[in-house]
Write a protein that binds this ligand. Sequence first.
Ligand code: SF4
Length: 418
Amino acid sequence: MVAYVILLAVPLLLPLPTSADFIWSNLTRFAQFAFWGIWWPFVVLGTALVGRFWCGLLCPEGALSEFASERGAGRAIPTWMKWSGWPVVSFVSTTVYGQLTSIYQYPKPAALLLGGSTFVAMVIGARYGKAKRVWCRFLCPVSGVFGLVGKIAPLHFRVEPAAWRRNPDQSNPQKAGVNCAPLVPIKTMQGASACHMCGRCSSHRGAIRLAWRKPASDIVHGSGRAATWWDTVLIVPVLLGLVPAALKWSSSGVFQVTRQWLIEVCLNRHWMSPLSLRLPWWILTNYPSASDVMTIVDAVALLVVIAASTALASCMFLVPLACCSFILRSRLQVLNHLAQALIPIAAASLFCGLLSLTISQLRSDGIIVPHADLLRAAAVSAAGSWSVALSFKIAGVYRRHLWRQLATRFQWRGSRCF
Ligand code: SF4
């Protein structure tokens, strides 16, 4: 928490770094690197490797929210907060807003978005639940993504139903049992998606322990079967469409062409405001001293790139998925289950896309990571192969033999296009 507050607040008091400042000599550059070069990509990687330990043990926002909740009003959680679309809505809105305000480059939008989210997490904690992490469970912008990525982790807290029934709760009846802060129904917990891996329930009734598992079996036979439409939305249009565009829009040819076309339209119609109006930094990037100002035309071109990429990913993946589910059983639930097969490639493309921030930050300071592009391509290719294998297994749950191969081929074509 101390490091979080220092890295968020102190750069606000310092002048913007120049080209002569390096990660190791300037706190603002160091904070940028810590947040976007280390924290963001490597928390995603850590979640894929060991589950959501970050959420349960290290996240300052979750800890502050629970701290506030322990001392707060303890009200009942309102129904609107339990809407399962919140993780998607909040992730999309913070991602797009972060790009409009250049969150990866400047300390003010980072402080506004991260600090603002921490503040709201504390307010929610102070109002709802008792010693719970209501924010983390229902509203946190990254909880949906971490929940999906956590499904491919080979570690989880396993519940043994037989041992649970055999061993009565030995805890003091005057005291509450295990306090699962993110409100996971421990007894019936399936998979590692909602569990924050805090370890508080470990050994409870002799029925819960940290254990290895086959990630594929959870996706194919376990929690993947209960996947929702919101999971599919988060995987396909968001992680495979919106996120790559949000990370690469400035070098996109579509952005340049759209921007040029919009400029010509504005000039032909004598609309000068979209070309010259400067909005405050908390609406659009506005740092004249760094020669970095985003006009309304730039912002519209950025939104067009993001929308186009989202639509493209939806067509490339949802159409094959719909064909597969039609062949297999013609039900939305089958489509949602099949979409779970894309979690590895979605997680790999998110991690590798974020890693490009790490690499470009290091490169600007003269540190070249050898074979970085090759390694990233290899990681995405390996994850893609895993996704194909998973789709084959999921298809096998619903139909055997020929139908399985046919359905997989549809999905494989979509992955190869991507
Ligand atoms: S299920 Fe157990 S390990 Fe997971 S978040 Fe709840 S108390 Fe922590």
